[in-house]
Design a protein around this ligand. Sequence first.
Ligand SMILES: Nc1ncnc2c1ncn2[C@@H]1O[C@H](COP(=O)(O)OP(=O)(O)OP(=O)(O)O)[C@@H](O)[C@H]1O
Ligand SMILES: [Mg+2]
Length: 505
Amino acid sequence: MSALSLETVGMTMRFGSFTALDDVSIRVKAGSFHALLGENGAGKSTLVKCIMGFYHPTDGQLMVEDREVTVNSPRDAASLGLGMVYQHFTLVPSMTGAENLVISRNDVAGVINWKQERAALADFMRTMPFPIPLDRQVRELSAGEKQKLEIIRQLYLGRRLLILDEPTSVLTPAEADDMLGIVRDMTARGELSVIMISHKFHEVMKFADSVSVLRRGRLVGSGSTTELTPRDMAAMMIGDITLPTLDSRIAVKPEAPALLTLENVRARDGSGLKTIDVDGLFVKAGEIVGIAGISGNGQKELAEVLAGQRRLEKGNVRVKGATYTATRSESRTGKLAFIPEEPLQNACVAKMTVAENLGLRRFDINEKGRKRFWLSKSRIKQYAGDLVSAFKVKTASLETPIGALSGGNVQRAVLARELSGDVDVLIVSNPCFGLDFSAVAEIRARIMKARNSGTAVLLFSEDLDELMALSDRIFVMSEGRLVYETQARDADLSVIGAHMAGHAA
Ligand SMILES: Nc1ncnc2c1ncn2[C@@H]1O[C@H](COP(=O)(O)OP(=O)(O)OP(=O)(O)O)[C@@H](O)[C@H]1O
Ligand SMILES: [Mg+2]
């Protein structure tokens, strides 16, 4: 089997009166590695959902191998050989790789002949360019291995055109390079075509051969990566590419008070099997403390403890010296703000409107900070309208349910809510995850501004570049503990990496 060509012709998608895709025609040659670019809310996910049959486009055609096809459901797309790999993992963690592959087939028998299946799998794996242990439970695999297994599954199911939606966001830089290199080699051999949604220009330049750029639902440019520079692409994406730059860093004052202090903090991790154990950690006013670590080493749980979403089993958290147990009134008096990861699940009510979500912290207090008993709809709307324009949240209206916003725009909305007003302690996890390059620059500038005005910032991030750009001090978290501390200024990336991987000398 060989790679498929694909073409959309005049693809248009309206949601009510809002046009998310407007007459988009893109062409992906058989065996090409095509990147789909565009700022947050440009319509990238909408386009691939139309291709995969999750949405029924309002207008337009889909061509596969130069023939018009009808895709009414993801199942139709699959039978044509189109597959999709998502940002998040879809494998069953408690099953082995082999089990995951076999059960995802359509034609699998009620009673599986494992001997036969194993032999067939072994044959199949010999044709794959990379080995993955199929006899281990998926939960034991690293993020890179899981992502490769997701791709292997698509190939096992016979897909010959893969759509990858921001495939490297959960991978380390080395894993990302490895995975994309393998995929590119398969396209070069004509075994596979790829459409990759990405916000990372360096990835696009290194691995893709052609690009299409969307802007506000329209195709605004396309071309080959040998002829386009990242600057050209950025200009197509947003027109004006003057980006906010980071304020220069004011030195942390030696006498600055620690605003957030953790002492002997202990909590259980997600599985309840391991413990989070933080002996001591403090963040001073006007300081950014970065927490590095490979996803799954307790960062999420520690952030949850601070947000009051996970029980503290032992130890103390203090905010400006006062014991803090993460109640809503304590976070208000202590002026704490939180930006959790996966903001749609953890910081929003998806079915409520953008205006209501932006008002969540404020709706029950009045201008003087006192409790109010009547909701003021017009004030909620006005407040939300101001935040939407200040943070450039793209939404059809203030009445749109926040769950309908693009991933990056949900993130912007949460940042707008949490970063506005007076914040003394800011706890933030992967704030730029899934954001386009201009939003990344803007958000980082806002965090730095908050720091320079005296906010204590605890920054959890899986992006080392981000930690290096923003932090004053960096800790590495591994297996629930802080195992290494360094000043960001003289930090050595390879030493940090070794501690993250758990094999530092
Ligand atoms: N089901 C829906 N109902 C209403 N509007 C929607 C729906 N799905 C998407 N939209 C709107 O369509 C626009 C495009 O969204 P889409 O998710 O395609 O953006 P994107 O390019 O993938 O952005 P991101 O980089 O942030 O993921 C957004 O303004 C979004 O609010
Ligand atoms: Mg998207």
